[in-house]
Design a protein around this ligand. Structure first.
Ligand code: CS2
Ligand code: MN
Length: 356
């Protein structure tokens, strides 16, 4: 596996990329061109500049997270072919620049959703949390304000303040779109990008919906084993793969993550490894990566990845905010670095244990 760290680029991220190079075992970053709107074309010059920023620190780009998909593609409007064409040309530019893994999601309107970006924990750290009742009773436009006010002065990807003006329009766009429509639009998109992915050996890695159920009445389709496998079978090509995000999938406590890993053998190209702690009903909060701090058995998750021959890109996912750090919520340096070290430790132990 290739241990990496997510980096939002020098303009957006609070963390200098050279600090990432100091985390034991981290050889690459997954990154993106910040401020690129979904649907916009990425040029080779821009990708080259991003590569130069990363290689200056002695690191490589292990993959892109994310090339975001325009809502016209998700909703399947008459404009979608135009945006798909841009996506294909972007993949072509990435392939030419020797980048071979692209993470994306197919969630309508919003990326991940949390109701609290800085829940206070007893040890003085803070973590992001999700309360279903808050989502059910909050107008999405209001969520923008609360996110802006608790984002430590940073911009939360997906919750850029200017997006609030398009929210009404976006909700209208999905008014008559069922989960089945969304799935068909996803298959249409994936089918369209497969030729360029095959040409350049680019592994597409769809991120599951986070949380793994519908929010604000919008359809959500990548939530469990059955639905993910349906996508794998609909476009049965190794380049149509998955980002195994333990926290996103695990937000539905009926999801058995090791079982999902086994069923996706060969199709997991990227793993987001993190832990969450369940509350009542659908509620949860994020936790440190350690098994003992959350609801998942991290040893079993790592072991199942290794047992099934997973050899892709790994990164720690959201961390807590500790040691007084102020950063993009979920994306501080310290707790994620501890997470990377812990995952590396599990990996070494499982790998050596198997040899004995
Ligand atoms: C990430 C997602 O922060 C997160 O929860 O795992 O935002 C992820 O980058 C996107 O859904 C992928 O497009
Ligand atoms: Mn994730």
């Amino acid at each position: 596996m290739e241990m990496t760290f997510r980096w939002f680029g020098k303009e957006l991220d609070t963390i200098p990329v050279k600090y990432i190079a100091q985390i034991p075992g981290v050889k690459g970053v997954v990154t993106t061109i910040c401020n690129k709107k979904p649907g916009a074309l990425w040029t080779r010059e821009e990708i080259k500049a991003l590569k130069a920023d990363v290689s200056e620190a002695g690191l490589k780009i292990s993959g892109i997270e994310s090339v975001n998909v325009h809502d016209d593609i998700k909703a399947g409007t008459g404009e979608r072919d135009l945006y798909i064409e841009n996506y294909i040309r972007t993949l072509e530019a990435l392939g030419e620049e020797d980048i071979h893994m692209v993470c994306y999601n197919f969630m309508p309107v919003f990326d991940w959703t949390r109701t609290d970006l800085a829940r206070q924990l007893p040890d003085g750290s803070t973590a992001m949390a999700y309360e279903d009742e808050v989502v059910r009773s909050t107008d999405p436009e209001k969520m923008f304000d609360s996110i802006k006010n608790s984002a430590n002065g940073t911009i939360m990807p997906g919750w850029e303040p200017e997006r609030v003006t398009e929210i009404r329009k976006l909700f209208d766009l999905y008014e008559n779109i069922s989960g089945e429509d969304l799935f068909n639009n996803l298959v249409y998109f994936v089918t369209a990008v497969m030729p360029v992915c095959n040409k350049y050996d680019i592994k597409m890695a769809i991120h599951p919906d986070d949380p793994a159920h519908s929010v604000f009445g919008l359809p959500r389709i990548l939530t469990d084993k059955k639905r993910i496998l349906r996508l794998m079978e609909a476009v049965d090509d190794v380049h149509n793969g998955v980002t195994l995000c333990t926290g996103a999938l695990g937000s539905d406590r009926s999801n058995d993550i090791p079982d999902i890993i086994r069923s996706l053998k060969g199709r997991i190209h990227f793993a987001h490894i993190r832990n969450i702690k369940y509350g009542d009903g659908r509620d949860f909060r994020e936790a440190s990566h350690l098994s003992q701090d959350g609801s998942f058995d991290m040893y079993e998750i790592v072991k199942t990845l290794i047992d099934t021959g997973f050899d892709g890109v790994v990164r720690p996912d959201h961390g807590r905010m500790i040691w007084g750090e102020k950063s993009i919520p979920g994306y501080g340096l310290y707790d994620r670095a501890l997470g990377a070290t812990y995952i590396n430790g599990l990996w070494e132990a499982v790998t050596k244990g198997k040899r004995q």
